[in-house]
Ligand binder design. Structure first.
Ligand code: AMP
Length: 173
């Protein structure tokens, strides 16, 4: 199955010049959702993962389904101010200004084998901040997974030497 046909392009969203990759069309299709989940599962099933850490908010969808299938826990990485208990935070740069993501301080135990997941890799800024959160908690980062990688933005270059797995790669806009 080519998941490209299940992903919808929305031009100029959320602002002019951005081609938004809409994964709601993939999730609403039972076959596509199952295919994506199985492909991720096959890649990580033998890696002894203790927790999937998913990034708000589209990283929660496949991330939590994957955690369930891997029979491991799921922990959310959220935008600032959303998590109710004690958190650690990481600031990162946006095109204009900065943003902050947070993780509960008790979400990850030292040495736990962690898989990071988000729906899409663009410039890599968000995922780079998430990596730093896992490292601050002394988690062992086993891999980084995306549904979509916009390879022409070279986000990989900001993710160090970690193992990266993407289901669909776009080489040009
Ligand atoms: P970045 O930090 O630049 O890698 O951006 C990744 C985050 O922004 C992910 O959480 C994506 O959901 C979102 N994002 C960035 N660009 C797009 C795009 N073209 N289509 C859909 N989501 C995007």
């Amino acid at each position: 199955m080519d998941l490209r046909y299940s992903i919808r392009d929305i031009p100029d969203f959320p602002k002019p010049g951005i081609m938004f990759k809409d994964v709601t069309t993939l999730f609403k299709d039972a076959n596509a959702f199952q295919f994506a989940l199985n492909a991720m599962y096959e890649n990580y099933r033998d890696q002894g993962i203790n927790k999937v850490a998913g990034i708000e908010s589209r990283g929660f969808i496949l991330g939590s389904a994957l955690a369930s299938k891997l029979n491991c826990g799921f922990v959310p990485i959220r935008k600032k101010g959303k998590l109710p208990a004690k958190t650690i935070r990481q600031e990162y740069s946006l095109e204009y200004g900065t943003d902050i993501i947070e993780l509960h301080t008790d979400a990850i135990l030292p040495g736990e084998r962690i898989l990071l997941h988000d729906d899409l890799l663009a410039t890599g800024g968000t995922m780079n901040a998430a990596i730093q959160l896992i490292e601050k908690m002394d988690g062992s980062l086993v891999g980084i997974s995306f549904i979509i990688e916009l390879a022409f933005l070279k986000g990989r270059n900001h993710l160090g030497t970690h193992q990266i797995f993407s289901l669909v790669t776009y080489d040009k806009e």
